[in-house]
Design a protein around this ligand. Structure first.
Ligand code: NAI
Length: 287
């Protein structure tokens, strides 16, 4: 399998990390967003991260310059049509994603693999937005946050995704040091199904906007449970808006089973614009 030219759509938390990782693997990457401010922020954050690695002597300045040249920041209209792989990482909204995929289907050449980094939407529903001929080349590629560090990538086979393609993607990611997992197209795939209670139960235990209690739960789960991050810190890093959308979509997909129900505090945080680290205010405050 040849993956040399990659387009990543959405330059937020995930898209910028995914683009950075592909550039570090020496792919030519075009990172796209419909907000030019967001593209500027992504460029600054990726370049700062490489500069810091150079300062710490974990990366040579020559390699950093090479990676900077490999990563371009663009609007969709200016992106080349012959990418090997497109990774969609825009907001977790099914209709918005389907609209985008209909455009991508027309824009990219027929060999281009289209993929979604969705946390929870069925791959086959998004594949409905593209032509029947493209559906074999449409898969889920679910990276984890931060994408440059987390090794797991869920490779999700939709109803019409080509089986051979999924195996080739698995081997490609494996050869690049990721830990791929082949998944069925079921709600939440593997991790986002299993992890729902890691967020839901602490929200039910704390039950209100009380930072002291949240710190206590985070502390217990880290010190006693051995988790690297507590649930409230993790939701702040993921983005409370994203985590809430995923919770709602998995809950709907499982016919509103109570164990997957969203908590009213998640909804309130989203209504108040407290999305976590990215807005400097979530369950905790950030400078
Ligand atoms: P985010 O809110 O940080 O970034 C989304 C970006 O998409 C924004 O920069 C926005 O301007 C852009 N955007 C929205 N509509 C667009 C369009 N039509 N065309 C181009 N750009 C558009 O969201 P985040 O957290 O990066 O999530 C992106 C996707 O990745 C979602 O599907 C989410 O479920 C998934 N995901 C998120 C994880 C996380 O920890 N945040 C982990 C794994 C998957």
């Amino acid at each position: 399998m040849k993956i040399e030219r990659v387009v990543v759509i959405g330059a937020g938390t995930m898209g910028s990390g995914i683009a950075q990782w592909f550039a570090q693997e020496m792919c030519f990457v075009e990172l796209v967003d419909n907000s030019s401010d967001q593209l500027d922020r992504a460029k600054k954050s990726i370049h700062d991260s490489w500069n810091k690695l150079v300062e710490k002597e974990k990366l040579t300045s020559c390699k950093a310059e090479q990676m900077k040249k490999l990563l371009e920041f663009k609007s969709l209209d200016n992106v080349s049509k012959n990418a090997d792989l497109v990774v969609e990482a825009i907001i977790e909204n099914l209709d918005v994603k389907k609209d985008l995929f209909a455009k991508l289907d027309k824009h990219f050449s027929e060999h281009t693999i289209l993929s979604s980094n969705t946390s929870s939407f069925p791959i086959h529903l998004m594949a409905e937005a593209v032509s029947t001929a493209r559906r074999g080349n449409f898969v889920g590629l679910h990276f984890f946050n931060p994408a440059t560090i987390m090794k797991l990538v869920e490779v999700i086979k939709g109803k019409d995704s080509d089986q051979e393609l999924c195996h080739e993607l698995y081997s490609w990611f494996d050869s690049k040091g990721k830990k791929p997992a082949l998944c069925k197209d079921s709600p939440g795939f593997i991790v986002n199904r299993v992890a729902r209670n890691f967020y839901g139960e602490p929200l039910r235990i704390v039950g209100e906007d009380d930072e002291r209690k949240m710190r206590e739960v985070d502390h217990i789960l880290k010190e006693v449970g051995g988790f690297k991050m507590g649930p409230f810190e993790l939701m702040d890093m993921i983005g409370i808006d994203v985590n809430y959308s995923v919770t709602c979509s998995v809950w709907e997909a499982y016919d509103r089973e109570p164990r997957f129900a969203p908590h009213r505090l998640q909804k309130k945080m989203v209504e108040d614009g407290r999305f976590g680290r990215k807005t400097k205010r979530g369950y905790y405050k950030y400078d």
